[in-house]
Design a protein around this ligand. Structure first.
Ligand code: PGA
Length: 268
């Protein structure tokens, strides 16, 4: 049995004050839900305060990204040791928004801008290795765009992202320390949720890809979250699927009651 993991990704939201008010409100709502791993991913600016606020509770924290160097002259970037020092246990890597897989045309900007800061598969791999070496648990995000889905390239896209993310990482680390989040890009922040059976099917592709590299035992140990418009009213169905071991929640993680309802759905 894989333990469910529910993570709230706040993205670029919440001041320190708002984050602390959330922590105070959430703590009693999720007390006793020990059958679920609960994670909050605040912006870097609130990571230390939120980690402190949840100390002694069952809620852990994650950074929303990481640089692969441990220290040095890398202006604006944040390393795994600094993230651990701020109190986090997990880190998101390869979120579609940090891969630059969103449109900027409406702002009159070009894709070049996104490519300049977007994460590549190779970047995801070096960051995952650096995080693991430091003792952080990476939540590696993967998923197809609407165009890739329409082209029938969902499975090959996702499998390729999985293989490239895990390059050079041992079976031992994969089975005990790595978490995947399958997030179809077209379902993120759009209110358009992927049907539960289809989300389960693609999470099964992720598991089969891990199995082909590492064997059945490792594949069956890895936790795979679904992300993309998960909400209190669709969480139970998604979380009851064979290959879905949790959720990565954006919009619905901003309100304590909504997030707690999803945790409750995972607790069963
Ligand atoms: P959403 O975001 O729940 O707002 O769709 C999910 C995510 O980006 O992790």
């Amino acid at each position: 049995m894989r333990k469910k993991i529910i993570a709230g990704n706040w993205k670029m939201n919440k001041t320190v004050g708002e984050a602390l008010a959330f922590a105070e409100a959430l703590t009693p709502l999720v007390a006793g839900k020990d059958s679920v791993d609960i994670v909050i991913c605040p912006p870097y600016t609130a990571l230390y305060s939120v980690s402190k606020a949840f100390e002694g509770t069952s809620v852990a924290t994650a950074a929303q990204g990481v640089f692969w160097k441990t220290s040095g002259a890398y202006t604006s970037y944040v390393s795994s040791p600094l993230i651990l020092d701020a109190g986090a246990k997990y880190v998101l890597i390869g979120h579609s928004e940090t891969r630059g897989r969103f449109g900027v045309a409406e702002e009159g900007l070009t894709d070049d801008l996104l490519k300049a800061f977007g994460e590549t598969d190779a970047g995801v791999n070096v960051k995952a290795k650096a995080a693991l070496a430091a003792g952080l648990i990476p939540i590696i995000c993967i998923g197809e765009t609407l165009g890739e889905r329409k082209d029938g390239a969902t499975d090959v896209t996702v499998a390729d992202q999985v293989v490239k993310a895990l390059e050079g990482i041992s079976a031992e680390l994969v089975s005990t320390q790595v978490i995947f989040a399958y997030e179809p890009v077209w379902a993120i922040g759009t209110g358009e949720v992927c049907a539960a059976d289809e989300a389960n099917r693609v999470c099964g592709v992720v598991r089969a890809t891990i199995e082909s590299r590492y064997g059945a035992e490792t594949a069956s140990a890895v936790r795979i979250q679904y992300g993309g418009s998960m909400k209190p009213d669709n969480a139970a169905e998604l979380l009851s699927q064979e290959h879905i071991d949790g959720g990565l929640i954006g919009g619905a993680s901003l309100k304590p009651a909504d997030f707690a309802a999803i945790v409750a759905a995972a607790a069963g």
